[in-house]
Design a protein around this ligand. Structure first.
Ligand code: ADP
Ligand code: UDP
Length: 238
């Protein structure tokens, strides 16, 4: 399947049409942004690492019965995916407090949630992805109540699969963001799962192994991403 016309260029990935209207090529770039695109840098081999890491995670989710957009890896940096009608809502699952939750509610970083906490944000950089509730989703028609319930169910199901997977690799899955879309009447997981969109802490030392290294200028960003992949047994060709 060959990439054709550019459909849209996001902050980290580009989506290309193919000759099948149901399929897109997602090209993972080295661009790395923080604070809703205010800071953008190139990180060497990030596109390849995230593409291959995402392929592994999407495979693990499919194996657990969670439908994703992932079809196949095409190259180091590109994957073939189902073209979804994306829902502009970011679904966040938190096992521990970090990031915006700590700033918003003044709780201590690392506070545990059992059951996990589920939050929604509107995907809108200009408005800095404001927090919303399922009532906003219904009122503005971003998704139906049934679709919202399915996104909630699937988000928790993803956590139930991935938290133990990372735990076995000595990593704590602190939180993550998912995006869903519609595909022939079903709600399907889209976008990506990589250290760009989740928080992973070394369980033994507490060291951050995710994009917070970039946001907080801690250095060693790509070394951390590579280490996460290696610990999960993902062999990166970059
Ligand atoms: P952003 O939009 O945050 O800048 P990216 O650079 O990651 O992010 O761009 C990817 C874009 O592609 C996002 O807008 C995302 O919603 C969209 N997308 C991801 N997966 C799919 C898919 N399977 N079908 C259609 N659009 C998708
Ligand atoms: N996240 C993301 N994209 C966003 C906002 C958040 O991938 O636009 C991820 C982020 O990496 C973290 C989780 O969602 O793993 C929760 O993010 P939070 O609300 O704490 O916001 P942040 O402080 O990271 O901006």
């Amino acid at each position: 399947m060959k990439a054709q016309e550019l459909l849209y260029q996001g902050k980290a990935k580009s989506a290309y049409l193919t000759d099948d209207p149901d399929l897109l090529v997602l090209a993972f770039r080295d661009d790395t942004s923080a604070f809703d695109g205010e800071i953008i840098e190139q990180l060497d081999a990030k596109g390849a690492i995230n593409n291959q890491f995402n392929a592994f995670i999407m495979g693990a989710l499919e194996a657990a019965g969670i439908e994703t957009h992932f079809e196949k890896q095409l190259s180091k940096t590109d994957s073939l995916v189902k073209r979804l009608d994306m829902i502009p809502v970011e679904c966040v699952v938190r096992n521990k407090a970090a990031g915006s939750l700590v700033r918003r509610l003044g709780v201590e970083e690392g506070l545990s949630f059992d059951p996990p906490l589920f939050e929604l944000f509107l995907k809108n950089d200009a408005l800095h992805d404001p927090m919303i509730t399922e009532h906003h989703v219904a009122a503005f028609g971003w998704a139906t109540d049934e679709e919202m319930a399915e996104m909630h169910r699937l988000s928790l199901a993803v956590n139930a699969v991935l938290a133990p997977l990372f735990a076995d690799a000595g990593l704590t899955l602190v939180d993550f963001k998912l995006e869903f879309g519609r595909f022939h009447g079903r709600i399907v997981l889209g976008d990506e799962f990589s250290p760009d969109g989740c928080r992973l802490w070394d369980t033994a030392t507490g060291e951050k192994k995710d994009k917070d290294r970039f946001r907080q200028k801690l250095g060693g960003v790509m070394e951390a991403y590579r280490e996460v992949a290696e610990r999960l047994g993902v062999v990166i060709d970059a």
